[in-house]
Ligand binder design. Structure first.
Ligand code: GLA
Length: 730
């Protein structure tokens, strides 16, 4: 039993293999958070002793007890406006205009298996793998009930959370904030937080700083999870490293605007609140209506960040990603974008395909420009009809020729967009998101379709499925190339316009659900100008996401490093491209570009006819390496061997689940005269096994390699890389 309840004390404990989470409803029905950390086997309420700090709101029922204050105690899910002045988890406006939410314990249920959330992506698990706890709280003065749902996956050290609001009264209630997760850490002490920021073509850069008093935030108001911040966060002890120390991580299964806030209060307590961004959220609950928040996923590790990442990699790969390609080997693809941009015809594509087939690539992906009037990015979006003039024939004919060469065929869509210069826009301007009376904001010359509309979803479903039926297509790159603003929909009344941002995402998920259900053999790869919507919500529909438009191997090291804290390698679309690199102008060795791309779902982004014979040989080697190491890279445990501190190399390692072998990659990022040898850590080998190192054939115990690491005797020049294998010997 991973969930235990002591009824009399209204005490709840959720246990996973290595963590425990505790809550307790006190005599006033206030649900306190007691603990999230190592398994302790005792009620941690003893930690909660609070002084009278003054200017605290005291609970009326507590009489003269000045120390009983919602403002100082760790709450499981903080309401609003009743004396807790920290960030709230939820707020609502009642029929009389008041905004208070005073949540008290009402009941609980436990059941086998994991709850799901209709219409939203969520962790899935069999009845033997998970248990669900639901705790219902009720507002003291309204008929709003708030059910906190916990999914416990003990073997994975994962706890999921979602909240269900229900209006049991007779008048509407308007939700203004509905976070998925509130986590109070009462233990005192200080924490660092790690979050992932960036910009287009430089996503998920890692930042770790000590928490300060007050509120710190990582969020997106762009209608997407965004390049700029990622819906994932880690709190860790200041001395926490990859392999030691306590840390807690959380991510959201959501692809729209989000907000992660962390507040350190006057008592040095820490509160983490994560969920829908309240600036872009409002929801009217009519009598009997319910509203379910997106899901947040939590994990704890007492052994540092690597183990925390392993928990997240496993839950995303095995309990969020779905479909034929969830675990199946991903095709090595060659994408036409950097090879041709908009400038192609059938012959050019066939030439690339021919070369790719000869070298062992599995699939040709035709990127932007194959439909409507689309020779640059100013027009055509929405007109998902094949441009047969450009392809000199039908798509089916092109695909048949590519298939005859032994390659599969994939194609690019940007379904959520419309160009003003398109037949679709001319026919249905009302389908685009814009505010009547205002000029719409353009971005990359394009507007958005209102995906909350079922007629828009139906049009896109019809067009995409028609293309999928017209030709033998095995893959879709689902792109999304702008942020969303000008929020307005013709379908909702004025006082419900605030629902559109969330309804847009619900519409997107509904469309993706239909398509992935009806075309189960098609691999969907997410994309948003690279990694602008790299989140677990999209991964529920698309098991891989184009990680960044930046294919520069050296920049990719930081981008893939940041991505690796939460997202498994199998989700990270990563391609070898030409040099000088199109984004940075940097020249790196072909070999290095391959080594970096091998730490992802591998492919190419170039015209193979334009590379040298020597490079073609390297492509063959890389393709072979991708197959040889596939079980390691996609199924093994991933270790970051270098960190945020500036060093002159980056290194990472994959260890097979059975610890029989490992692959370690080093890339030299900086060089100077009279170079010192690279010395790297080695992680995760079995202490009592012997391993041969591929560099010099030396055999040492896993314990030795793990303790002492590896020194490279050969000198790596700037941007050179090397792969080192460790193989178990009997
Ligand atoms: C985005 C994607 C690219 C490419 C272009 C096509 O920028 O991230 O990979 O598909 O769109 O317009």
């Amino acid at each position: 039993m991973s969930i235990t309840v002591t009824e009399k004390e209204r005490f709840f404990s959720l246990k996973t293999a290595n963590s425990e989470y505790q809550m307790q409803a006190d005599s006033y029905g206030v649900l306190k958070h007691l603990w999230y950390g190592k398994i302790v086997h005792q009620n941690m309420g003893y930690l909660l002793e609070y002084p009278d700090v003054g200017f605290a709101g005291n609970l009326y029922e507590a009489g003269n007890q000045r120390t009983y204050s919602l403002n100082t105690m760790p709450l499981e899910y903080a309401g609003a406006g009743v004396g807790d002045f920290r960030i709230c988890a939820a707020s609502a406006v009642h029929a009389d205009g008041s905004r208070a939410l005073d949540l008290r314990y009402e009941r609980y249920t436990i059941r086998k298996g994991k709850y799901n959330i209709p219409g939203l992506p969520a962790v899935y698990a069999s009845d033997n793998e998970a248990e669900t706890l639901e705790i219902t709280l009720r507002d003291t003065a309204s008929s709003l009930s708030v059910t906190l749902r916990y999914g416990v996956l003990p073997e994975l050290d994962i706890i999921t959370r979602s909240v269900l609001f229900q209006n049991n009264g007779t008048t509407p209630i308007v939700l203004q904030k509905a976070a998925s997760l509130c986590l109070d850490l009462p233990q005192g002490g200080s924490w660092d937080w790690i979050h992932f920021h960036g910009r287009h073509a430089m996503e998920r850069l890692t930042e770790r700083t000590a928490l300060m008093h007050g509120i710190q935030e990582s969020s997106s108001t762009r209608g997407t999870s965004s390049h700029q911040q990622n819906p994932s966060v880690i709190l860790c002890e200041p001395d926490c490293t990859e392999n030691s120390g306590a840390c807690i991580g959380a991510f959201l299964l959501y692809s729209g605007s989000f907000q992660t806030q962390i507040e350190v209060d006057q008592l040095r307590q820490t509160r983490l609140v994560m969920g829908l961004h309240p600036d872009l959220f409002q929801w009217t609950l009519q009598p009997n209506d319910t509203f379910a928040t997106p899901e947040a996923v939590l994990s704890y590790s007492s052994n540092g960040l690597a183990q925390l990442s392993h928990h997240f990699h496993q839950v995303i790969r095995e309990h969020i990603c779905r479909g034929t390609y969830q675990l199946a080997e991903r095709p090595i693809l060659i994408n036409s974008w950097e090879a041709a941009y908009f400038d192609f015809d059938d012959q050019k594509l066939l030439k690339i395909a021919k070369e790719a087939a000869a070298i062992g690539v599995d699939m040709l992906v035709l990127d932007d420009g194959w439909f409507g009037k689309r020779d640059d990015d100013c027009s055509g979006l929405g007109d998902w009809f094949v441009n047969e003039k450009k392809l000199n024939g039908s798509l089916c004919h092109l695909v048949e020729q590519v298939r005859a060469m032994g390659l599969k065929f994939g194609i690019w869509f940007e379904p959520e967009m419309v160009s003003e210069d398109s037949d679709l826009y001319r026919a249905h301007p009302e389908w685009s998101i814009q505010i009547p009376g205002r000029k719409p904001t353009r971005s990359r010359y394009q507007l958005l379709l209102d995906l909350s509309r079922s007629d828009v979803q139906d049009y896109l479903y019809e067009r995409i499925s028609a293309i999928l039926k017209e030709a033998d297509i095995s893959y879709i790159k689902w792109d999304m190339n702008r942020s969303i603003c000008d929020w307005y929909t013709t379908l909702l009344p004025a006082d419900q316009q605030g629902e559109l941002p969330h309804r847009y995402i619900l519409g997107l998920y509904a469309l993706l659900e239909r398509l992935t259900t009806d075309f189960p053999e098609v691999l969907f790869e997410g994309c948003s100008g690279g990694g602008g919507r790299f989140d677990a919500g999209m991964l529920y529909y698309c098991p891989q996401i184009w990680c960044s438009d930046n294919t520069d191997a050296i920049n990719r090291l930081s981008i893939q490093y940041g991505s690796s804290f939460f997202y498994p390698i199998s989700t990270v679309g990563s391609h070898v491209s030409v040099c000088p690199n199109h984004q940075t102008g940097r020249v790196t060795p072909f070999w290095t570009r391959g080594d970096v791309a091998l730490a992802g779902s591998f492919g190419y982004e170039m015209d193979l006819n334009k590379i040298s014979d020597e490079e073609k040989e390297m492509v063959k080697e890389q393709v072979a390496a991708m197959h040889t190491y596939y079980d390691l890279t996609h199924e093994g445990l991933y270790y970051r061997l270098t960190g945020l501190k500036k060093q002159d190399f980056m290194a990472w390692e994959f260890v097979a689940k059975d610890q029989s072998r490992a692959l370690l990659t080093i890339v030299k990022t900086d060089a100077e005269g009279n170079m010192l040898p690279v010395h790297t850590k080695v992680c995760g080998l079995a202490e009592n096994k012997l391993y041969r190192c591929s560099l010099d054939g030396e055999i040492r115990s896993g314990r030795t390699w793990n303790c002492a690491g590896l020194t490279l005797h050969q000198v790596l020049k700037e941007y050179e890389s090397i792969r080192v294998e460790f193989t178990e010997v009997e």
